[in-house]
Ligand binder design. Sequence first.
Ligand SMILES: Nc1ncnc2c1ncn2[C@@H]1O[C@H](COP(=O)(O)OP(=O)(O)OP(=O)(O)O)[C@@H](O)[C@H]1O
Ligand SMILES: [Mg+2]
Length: 343
Amino acid sequence: MTEESIYSGYPQGDDRFAEPSVRPANFGDFVGQEAVVKNLNTWITGALNRSESLDHALLSGPPGLGKTTLAYILSHEMGCEIRATSGPTLAKPKDLVGILTNLQHGDILFIDEIHRLDSRVEEYLYTAMEDYEISIIIDPGPHSRSVTLPLKRFTLVGATTREGLLTAPLRSRFQITERLDYYPPAELEQILLNSAKKMNVKLKPDAARIMAECARGTPRVANRYLRRIRDVAHSQNEAIIGKNMARKGLKMLGVDHNGLCEMDRRILKAIGEKGGNAIGLKTLAVIAGEQEETIEEVYEPYLIRKGLLEKTPRGRTLTERGREHIGMEIIARPDKKSDSSLF
Ligand SMILES: Nc1ncnc2c1ncn2[C@@H]1O[C@H](COP(=O)(O)OP(=O)(O)OP(=O)(O)O)[C@@H](O)[C@H]1O
Ligand SMILES: [Mg+2]
């Protein structure tokens, strides 16, 4: 997949190293997703008051919205250990058995990308989650026998960007399911201000607002823009990121006043050139030069939320605003040299 773009919520490049330093450690530091946080807080308090482990929880939602962050916050708030792994890493049942048998009472086993579990591994999870035991076969062959191993009462926290791909038996074994949604600009602004403090960079609230408006509703994208714009400021010996610096940085990243990047604009233009006719995903992918999957998962959701693109049974069409947007683009083209025309 080519989700490798700074505008996608998928993790990449330096995210892995840069993110832990700005990641909220507790609910107090976690901005937004009020309903999810309120629910999780309630389930945690209930479990703690009964001195029980937390029920199995499934966190779903688009990439970069805070699922992994929440899993770590759950372990912090429950005061328990967390063991993190991911669907693709657990290639064989033996990998899972080793982890499960080492878990202590109340521990959290975090499985990221749980929709990508191998089906044989997944089957082992069923009894582990439900009965806290696993049956393993020893001495495979004519003398094979099965031994049932008891497990401590652990909590499975699963995260997925593709909830629809989860099998029904697995999904039904989660007593808690919470879905994260895109963040409004006001919350992203707060996230940016908090991150700036942790990164030791001075960010003005109006600059944070401009960046928040362009961050595709995704904290990961917002933090990534902040890191790049901090570089722009520091490369010019500027200590503070103000409005102009934010605009300049976003422009260098190819992001326009609507938060649209080059590929978004290419997609809109490809549809626009069909003169109001709907266009299928395959054709769109060829014209725009991007993979179908990436268009569907990274670019389209944002264009739809911005009210620029519509999905109809016949294909993709532009809304009035979408047409206006590319119209503006075309008019703005001769004026390319002028910075101010973009904002
Ligand atoms: N509500 C929030 N408040 C503050 N920062 C947040 C919040 N949600 C996410 N972030 C920041 O965004 C980054 C990405 O979050 P996280 O890794 O938890 O996303 P994710 O949903 O697990 O993504 P993926 O689907 O790729 O695994 C983190 O560095 C974290 O600091
Ligand atoms: Mg994650």
